[in-house]
Design a protein around this ligand. Structure first.
Ligand SMILES: *Cc1c(COP(=O)(O)O)cnc(C)c1O
Length: 363
């Protein structure tokens, strides 16, 4: 079976054992030199002055909201097709999501739908760069700031994506990353971070990640908790960061091969294979999704659906607020299918995926 992701393929040739050994020999496990160095290196990579590492990407979203002052009763605008991570964070701070529809081609937030949502005066907007494809961030940012709201980028699927020489994570008032093992920059466990250019804002996140302490055992800020990246993960991420751009190029090359091979088939394809797409997930749209997936599975190709249930239809939160119709988000949730695309995926496997997809439509 061709997998959707392979940690052994992605990590091949990277000295993770050396990184781990450094931490084991230091006998220092939490908030030490590796974390400090990683934060410096990742801020520099992203093009920001600040990086605060955290326990995971969902915490990054939650602590970003808290640090921006979002609290009980506030509204936060976000899309409904991005796996509920933003919604989880919004609910965690006691705020209410206002769902915004997507552009069908890019499957990222639609500007006209955001403009409508901003009439409800959300305190913040979370823009997700879904599947590794950068959103229309300049336009969304201008609309958000003109309405007096704060912009949070969710870059958990888009590490390294850039437009006009500027990387994701440097556009928002604050940006959130996950280093879950399958992400384009993945640890060997959970991890996350925020980046920004605002030292005071970064300091608030630093306080919140450690119990709200102003000094050891002195709680100066409410809403704190424990959300720290550990030294082992930081050391592994430092070993992997120099390989991120090469990995993204490999993902893009696989996506370009797929796009060329699938031209003319009755499926929707990723719209751009430029620097603004880092191939986190190669997602096509197929009207006969279940038959398509069954065929691929029988041909030895793994697939998945990112994501089958839009946020506003999740069972746990029946009372939701949408800004207008979410038709494009709902249509996407019925049609999206993810195909294997990761660094180290063998050429022969890419060819086998191409053949399996072609044989479904020639059957
Ligand atoms: C993975 C992911 C997250 C959450 O990250 P975790 O580290 O798993 O908490 C948030 N947003 C998006 C878009 C993601 O893909």
């Amino acid at each position: 079976m061709i997998p959707l992701f392979s940690a052994s393929a992605v990590n091949a040739g990277i000295d993770l054992e050396g990184a781990a050994q450094r931490v084991l020999r230091s006998h220092w496990y939490v908030l030490g030199e590796e974390v400090k160095a990683f934060e410096r290196e990742f801020a520099q990579y992203t093009g920001t002055t600040e990086c605060v590492s955290l326990a995971n990407g969902t915490d990054a979203l939650e602590l970003a909201l808290r640090a921006l002052g979002v609290t009980t009763g506030d509204r936060v605008a976000c899309v409904a097709n991005a796996g509920f991570y933003g919604s989880t964070a919004i609910h965690a701070v006691g705020a209410t999501p206002v769902y915004v529809d997507i552009q069908p081609e890019t499957q990222n937030m639609a500007a006209d739908s955001l403009a409508y949502a901003l009439e409800r005066k959300p305190k913040a907007v979370i823009v997700t760069h879904l599947y590794g494809q950068m959103a229309d961030i300049d336009v969304l940012k201008r609309l958000t700031h003109d309405a007096g709201a704060k912009l949070i980028e969710d870059c958990a699927q888009a590490h390294g994506a850039m437009r006009d020489g500027r990387r994701v994570g440097s556009f928002g008032d604050i940006a959130c990353f996950s280093f879950y093992p399958t992400k384009n920059l993945g640890a060997i466990g959970d991890g996350g971070a925020v980046t920004c250019d605002d030292a005071a804002l970064a300091d608030r996140v630093r306080t919140l990640r450690q119990y709200g302490w102003s000094a050891k055992y002195h709680v100066g800020t409410p809403g704190g908790r424990n959300s720290r990246l550990d030294e082992l993960q930081a050391a592994v991420l430092r070993a992997k960061l120099p390989h991120l751009d090469a990995g993204n190029r490999q993902r893009r090359a696989i996506a370009a091969r797929y796009n060329a091979a699938f031209q003319g088939l009755p499926i929707g394809l990723p719209p751009s294979i430029g620097d603004d797409y880092v191939g986190h997930l190669y997602v096509v749209r197929c009207k006969e999704r279940e038959a398509f997936r069954a065929h691929l599975s029988a041909q030895g190709v793994s697939t998945d659906v990112h994501y089958p249930v839009p946020d506003h239809l999740q069972a746990a939160y029946p009372a939701v607020s949408a800004a207008g119709s979410l038709d494009a988000s709902e249509a996407a949730s019925r049609e999206v299918v993810t195909l294997p695309c990761f660094p180290g995926l063998a050429d022969a496997d890419v060819a086998a995926v191409v053949a399996a997809v072609g044989s479904f439509f020639n059957r």
